[in-house]
Ligand binder design. Structure first.
Ligand code: 13P
Ligand code: SF4
Length: 306
């Protein structure tokens, strides 16, 4: 028997009762995207969290995203339906490691990708997402930037700015599976298609792209009248939304291997369970939150640039 309609009904009923909002990242399973109040990229989701008047935020994404919601909304209960949904890239740098690197580059302004822990954000001057990394860095007075943890996003930004960028050697294991040869092969098969990739991809992949965009940037690009066929270089969860919002257009994932197992830990069953139990709660300690909020607020003031 298909349990999905029953699960959805229960989730929506409890959502009302708890005065909750369900925020969902573009990489989530299709059935989770379908129960969302809002689906978006990391920047959209932070902006939504900052302005919601719900009492509870159910975050269908990974841990750093729920932490960002907690940083912005200390009075709300932030639920992450599976506490194991982490981001391996975010775990590639710790606050003590960043403090040590800062001592080596005392004049540098520290920019952290939003894919980082609250403790790392608290050690940073400003944060950025894939949708505004170039804009954030260009907004800074400093000429020397210490950028953590994504070396590939950092490399991409350094190709767009004259500032000196010191990069931390982190990376996304999912985007690292996307290779130039995959794109070259697909370009031969679909010569009319546009190639769109995420800036977490390696430089050799980025060099082959027509557009380098955040996940919501890709959704927007796909909606353009003149775009009919796209080779998509990012996590494959986004294909669901692209197809749903653009019937009749053709989306070709670069690699079926580009799956983020952490994003897929969130299921309808777990969303229901977390609303029933009001757990697991993500709450950033106040001392860290206040410092991290400065970096996040500074980013939100810049807004979206891609
Ligand atoms: P976006 O902010 O572009 O959605 O990216 C988030 C992410 O984790 C990419 O791997
Ligand atoms: Fe982290 Fe990569 Fe998963 Fe995004 S896709 S959450 S960067 S592991």
């Amino acid at each position: 028997m298909d349990r999905e309609p029953e699960l959805v009904e229960k989730i929506l009923g409890l959502k009302e009762k708890r005065n909750a909002v369900i925020l969902v990242h573009n990489y989530q399973l299709g059935e989770v995207q379908d129960i969302a109040d809002f689906v978006g990229d990391s920047l959209d989701l932070s902006q939504r969290a900052a302005k919601t008047d719900a009492s509870v935020i159910v975050f269908c994404g990974v841990h750093f995203m729920a932490e960002t919601a907690s940083i912005l909304c200390p009075d709300k209960t932030v639920l992450l339906p599976d506490m194991h949904a982490g981001c391996p890239m975010a775990n590639m740098i710790t606050a003590p490691q960043l403090r040590a690197r800062k001592k080596e580059h005392p004049k540098a302004t520290v920019v952290c990708y939003i894919n980082s822990s609250a403790a790392v954000k608290a050690e940073s001057d400003v944060c950025c997402t894939s949708a505004n990394a170039v804009g954030v860095i260009e907004s800074l007075a400093a000429d020397e930037i210490l950028f953590v943890p994504d070396q590939y996003l950092g490399h991409y930004v350094s190709s767009k700015t004259s500032k000196k960028m010191i990069l931390w050697p982190g990376f996304c294991p999912t985007h690292a599976r996307i290779l130039p040869e995959h794109i070259i092969k697909l370009k031969h098969e679909y010569p009319e298609a546009k190639v769109v990739v995420h800036p977490e991809c390696k430089p050799g992949v980025i060099a082959l792209a027509d557009e380098v965009l955040s996940t919501s940037g890709m959704i927007k690009f796909a909606g353009r009248e003149d775009v009919r066929q796209i080779i998509v270089g990012t996590e494959i969860g986004i294909i669901y939304r692209l197809r749903k919002e653009n019937p009749g257009k053709h989306f070709i994932p670069v690699s079926e291997q580009a799956v983020c197992p952490n994003m897929k830990l969130i299921t309808l069953e777990k969303v229901l369970w977390s609303l029933e139990e009001m757990a697991p709660v993500v709450k950033v300690p106040e001392r860290i939150r206040l410092k991290a909020k400065k970096a996040v607020d500074r980013m939100l003031a810049v807004g979206r640039s891609a």
